[in-house]
Structure formats: C-alpha cells, structure tokens
Design a protein around this ligand. Structure first.
Ligand SMILES: Nc1ncnc2c1ncn2[C@@H]1O[C@H](COP(=O)(O)OP(=O)(O)OP(=O)(O)O)[C@@H](O)[C@H]1O
Ligand SMILES: [Mg+2]
Length: 276
C-alpha cells in the first residue's frame, strides 16, 4: 500500500506501529473473501491488509459494493476469510468474540424492549449476569445523553436517539474494538453532525479502538486518526491519510481551511483510485 502523497502542511504525525497493532490491536493480513453465488464465485475482497492500534480511530472510506460490510463481518467473526489472517489482541478471529462491539447502519433496536433492556441485549446473548451490567448500562446511557430515556421504548425516540442507544449497546460488554458500519448514514445532516461530535466525545472517554466504515469523506476526516481508502471490487486498501487535526474537533473545525483542504484532497484521491 502506498501512503498518499501529502502536502507539507499536512505532516504525518504518527505511523502505524505494525508490531504493537499485532499484539494489542487489530491486525488484518492479506485477507481475501470469495462469496459463492448462483452465478459463480464473487471475489469481494482481495489481499486486504490493515491495522488498528489500541485506542486508534480508523475510518474506511470506499464506494458502494467495494466490500466494506464484508470486511466488518470478517473482523466480527460472522464470516471466515477465504485467505489471510485476522488477529485481535494477538488472537486469531475465527468466530464472534466478546471483545468486539458492533454498530450497524440501522439502530435495529427491539421494539418491545425498553431502551435499558436494548442496551443489555448483548449481555443476555453472551449469557452474562444481567444484574451485574445494569449500572454500566445506565452509565452508558448517561454517556450518550439518554439517561432520562432508560424506560422509554424505541418508538418514542428520534432516529439519532435510537442510534445513540445502538452505540451504548455496542459498548455494554466493554469491547476492545468497536466496529461501526455507516452508523449515521440514515440520519439527516444536522443530526449526523451532532452524532459525529458525540461519537468523538464517547471515543475520547472510552479509549476504544474503532474501525468506522463510511461513504462520507467529511465524517471520515472529522472522526478519524487515519483514513483508509478502499478501491473498487474486489476491495483492498489503496491509500491512506493520517489526519493531523488536533482534538477535540468541533463545528468550527469543519469550517476551517485546513479541514476543507483535507476534504478536497481526499475527494481527488477517492475519484482517482476508488472507482468500482
Ligand atoms: N452474502 C453475499 N453473497 C454473495 N455476494 C455478496 C454477499 N454479500 C455481499 N456480496 C457482494 O460482495 C460485494 C461487496 O458487498 P458489501 O456489502 O461488502 O459492500 P459494501 O462496500 O458494504 O457496499 P455498501 O457501501 O453499498 O454498503 C458486492 O458485490 C455484493 O454484491
Ligand atoms: Mg455496506
């Protein structure tokens, strides 16, 4: 993978320490995935490699159909790679693991359960003692600004509120790695902006590693320490940008020239290298 040529005003602040990512973070090495379909094999990912260091926020930007959701399913252990290896904290990922949390594009809350009980769903699914996690769930609801809604039902919440419940649910079992698959794609622009700021705050206070899939260049640059760009199917990482913007990033950051220069730069690279 070639590091994207960056103008001098965007110095590379840090580079990936592959050895430490392998031991403590997420390491994906030469992973390929071929689906069997009625029309024959479909190669969705081809020799994809990436690392996420402990506590790092990595965004993956790619066109529709390039294999982003497939990548997340592999990392979550829901699918097995045709070739290659995935390690989290030095252990191979072979099936769903309790040290991974997932937030999907839709909140997918259970309508008959209260907000609190929705946050506790992974705890029940893992067979952990629910009573030990109630306080943690309430703390997480506070973290996402929904402590007053613990006993409400999903239908009583807005789309953004439901997605915040989904973020709390993804964190309830204290996973080392949070996987997010276009979690804000279904939200309107204002709510999305608010959610970006909220997610940055939550990430800063929980110190999780995050692998964040998005179509949005703005979302990627605002949130990530590094942005990886995927090429068209079969997907692989074709380029990388280290985002040198200080944190916390705010609404004002989005209006700044350096932020918008980064967007323009990524738009250019995305257009050149990422067609399906
Ligand atoms: N279960 C499956 N069986 C067969 N092919 C699949 C399956 N899931 C995905 N694909 C194919 O694999 C490719 C990658 O799909 P994937 O859902 O990973 O893309 P994506 O990058 O997440 O797209 P989007 O941005 O639209 O969500 C697509 O060509 C898709 O048709
Ligand atoms: Mg997808």
């Amino acid at each position: 993978m070639n590091r994207m040529a960056q103008p001098n005003l965007w110095p590379v602040l840090h580079t990936v320490d592959t050895a430490s990512a392998y031991k403590a973070g997420l390491s994906i090495r030469d992973v390929s995935l071929t689906y069997g379909t009625s029309r024959g094999p479909l190669r969705a990912l081809d020799n994809l490699s990436l690392d996420v260091k402990p506590g790092e926020f990595v965004a993956v930007l790619g066109p529709s159909g390039c294999g982003k959701s497939t990548l997340l399913k592999l990392v979550s252990g829901l699918l097995s790679a045709t070739e290659g290896e995935i390690h989290l904290k030095g252990r191979p990922v072979k099936s769903p693991r309790s040290d991974v949390g997932i937030v999907f594009q839709q909140a997918t809350l259970l309508p008959w359960k209260t907000v609190l009980n929705n946050v506790l769903v992974p705890v029940r699914a893992m067979g952990l003692p629910v009573k030990n996690y109630r306080d943690k769930a309430l703390d997480l609801l506070k973290l996402v600004g929904l402590e007053a809604f613990a006993n409400h039902y999903p239908s009583e919440l807005s789309g953004g509120m439901q997605q915040r419940v989904a973020v709390a649910r993804g964190l309830i079992h204290d996973p080392a790695l949070l996987l997010m698959d276009e979690p804000f794609a279904a939200l309107d622009a204002m709510t999305r902006e608010h959610m970006m700021i909220e997610l940055q705050r939550i990430w800063a206070s929980t110190h999780k590693s995050v692998l964040f899939i998005t179509h949005s260049i703005q979302e990627a640059v605002f949130l990530a320490d590094r942005v990886l760009i995927m090429g068209g199917r079969p997907g692989r990482v074709v380029d990388e940008l280290v985002v040198p913007l200080e944190r916390p990033r705010t609404v004002e950051t989005m209006a700044r020239k350096d932020f918008n220069d980064l967007l323009g730069h990524l738009r250019h690279v995305f257009g050149e290298k990422s067609t399906c």
